[in-house]
Design a protein around this ligand. Structure first.
Ligand SMILES: *Cc1c(COP(=O)(O)O)cnc(C)c1O
Length: 424
């Protein structure tokens, strides 16, 4: 399998190069050159397969030119060491809980997979420094995913006072190869510092710098497994499946669409948006207009210019009609999100996080009575306890002890950041 750039089909690289480089030239994104097809026998016997067996069959075609079977099986065993339960919410709706990993959001799978692939490629003698700017969830997943991985040092930049205590704990409590830098600024300042570092020749001669940004194809591909697991667990109901995906940068949805193109029988996907409705507007009008993001209760979806839109367009050959055969879109504001969390809790005794609630609103709109709906529950409600407490006042606070955690305070200054990196 080769990978090509969404900006230029002539830029062809191996899986290894796509992972190590992260981004193609001219801000192109890497995509598999072709989508491998799974045999119908795979789906006929899927209910007998374990998570790692499914993962191996679905993902090995994408990596086999770069990683041998034994090493890849080992990577999958390590990455998939927790559960992905499908939990009944009501007669028509199931929740696929993607939050049973170490940082309690779905990004754990992608971060863990990418870290193991990268460690496999760089070998024992090199050292790579990963720089990552975060507004919260990505930094914790990347920190955790790369923790204790040989040959990789991670530097996480987060904005002072802008992440929750729990997120800060997840980034600062690990130590070892994980270095947390608390920047006196906002998320965009952290992002700028990282971008400047990547463009700094002197620094790049001194260190091997890399990014664990979600545009890396190794973070996206393993996310297709969620959809295979949901299908396996619900197959016996013998109904059409509709999956609602709470979306921000659209990595999760893109992975689902790739799974469908491999043959996975999912009838329809719902791109569930909050007030950041760039995709919803595209769905309605066929015109794509990125805009500045606005803050909502489902803040991991506060993205106004979704980075994976380009990958979806590539998959559907820039054809709006074609995309709409597989994907519909919904939108929900903060009040609707809270109302849905409240009604699902009262009627089904199930606690949704705000992102999952946006997803259920999409199902309400599109699901018909002979179909089965699945919502991807992308984070544990505990990660958003202050929002959950607005509807369930008895919901407990997430207590964390930041005592003993380590972070380096840093001014919002590129000179300081560069000196820190040159000093390594
Ligand atoms: C990252 C994230 C999302 C959005 O996922 P995309 O793949 O960027 O669309 C949704 N919910 C939670 C909790 C997240 O952390």
């Amino acid at each position: 399998m080769k990978y090509i750039s969404t900006k230029n089909k002539q830029e062809i690289v191996s899986f290894e190069e796509a992972v190590v480089k992260g981004l193609a030239k001219n801000k192109g994104l890497f995509m598999p050159e072709t989508i491998p097809q799974l045999d119908s026998s795979f789906f006929e016997t899927i209910e007998k397969k374990s998570n790692t067996e499914i993962a191996f069959e679905a993902l090995y075609p994408y990596v086999k030119a770069s990683i041998d079977k034994t090493a890849f099986k080992q990577i999958l065993e390590e990455v998939l060491s927790f559960e992905f339960p499908v939990v009944r919410v009501n007669d028509n709706i199931y929740s696929l809980e993607l939050y049973h990993g170490p940082t309690q959001a779905f990004k754990d799978v992608g971060a863990r997979f990418m870290s193991r692939c990268l460690a496999h490629f760089i070998g024992k003698d090199k050292e790579v420094h990963i720089l990552v700017a975060t507004s919260g969830d990505t930094g914790s997943a990347v920190a955790n995913g790369f923790y204790n991985v040989d040959g990789v040092q991670v530097h996480v930049l987060f904005p002072k006072g802008k992440v929750s205590p729990y997120q800060e704990y997840q980034m600062t409590s690990l130590g070892k190869n994980i270095h947390a830098l608390e920047v006196d600024g906002v998320f965009d300042d952290c992002q700028d510092l990282v971008k400047q570092a990547f463009n700094d020749d002197e620094l790049n001669q001194h260190l091997n710098l890399s990014s664990a940004n979600s545009i890396n194809i190794a973070r996206l591909l393993p996310q297709m497994l969620y959809y295979f697991y949901a299908y396996r667990d619900l197959k016996k109901a013998n109904k059409e499946l509709v999956v609602s995906v709470p979306s921000g940068n659209f990595g999760n949805l893109t992975a689902g669409l790739i799974a469908k193109k491999m043959g996975l029988p999912i009838q329809q996907f719902i791109a569930a948006n909050n007030d950041n409705d760039t995709f919803y507007q595209y769905y309605k009008t066929a015109t794509y207009t990125p805009k500045a993001s606005v803050q909502t209760y489902s803040n991991a979806m506060d993205v106004g210019a979704p980075s994976n839109f380009e990958r979806m367009m590539h998959l559907y050959e820039n054809d709006w009609e074609n995309l709409k055969k597989d994907v519909v879109a919904s939108v929900a504001n903060n009040e609707e999100t809270l109302a849905k969390m409240d009604s699902v809790h009262k009627e089904s005794n199930y606690i949704l996080d705000p992102h999952g609630a946006v997803g259920v609103i999409g199902l309400d709109q599109y699901l018909n009575s002979d179909q089965l709906g699945v919502v991807l529950e992308t984070a544990h409600p505990r990660k958003f306890e202050s929002v959950v407490q607005k509807v369930i006042s008895s919901y407990p606070d997430n207590e964390v002890d930041l005592e003993g955690c380590q972070k380096l305070a840093m001014a919002n200054s590129y000179v300081d950041f560069k000196n820190y990196l040159l000093g390594l």
